[in-house]
Ligand binder design. Sequence first.
Ligand SMILES: [Zn+2]
Length: 160
Amino acid sequence: MAKTKLPCAICHGELLKDEAQFVDETTFAFYQKAPPIEHGIYCPTCFDSLVRPELDVYNAKMERAKNVNIFSLAQSKESQFVRRIERPVTVEGCPDRQEAELRLAFHAVEVDKNSLVDVELSSEKIKIGGRWQSSVWSGRGIPVNIDEEILKRRFANNPN
Ligand SMILES: [Zn+2]
């Protein structure tokens, strides 16, 4: 089996090519701040003991993000009872609306909130090679906590 050129980033042990585990810019992509684990190549032992627990935390946050309640700016009347304490979170440069929304939701989870209010999403066409080709999405919202019971009562007929 071929050896990789690089050793494990933590224990510096030499790695067989098929046992190298990679952490790259896609691994913890949704974190606002620097990821807990540096990009690099890890051996299975170091990966399991150090990287996997962080991945589990990240994936759990992602699951919560998928369940964040999102209320648009247009719904601010319905959500006006919600206290807005947190600073707004923003995202930009997202390839589509879904990712912009999910990234906003992830940032809400990062500050331990279950909902976003006053959410605005917008897209902009960008030029690639002189031609209008693709859209990039940006967004903004305010993370808040809304009691699940209140959510059910107030928004029962108004999902999303
Ligand atoms: Zn290692």
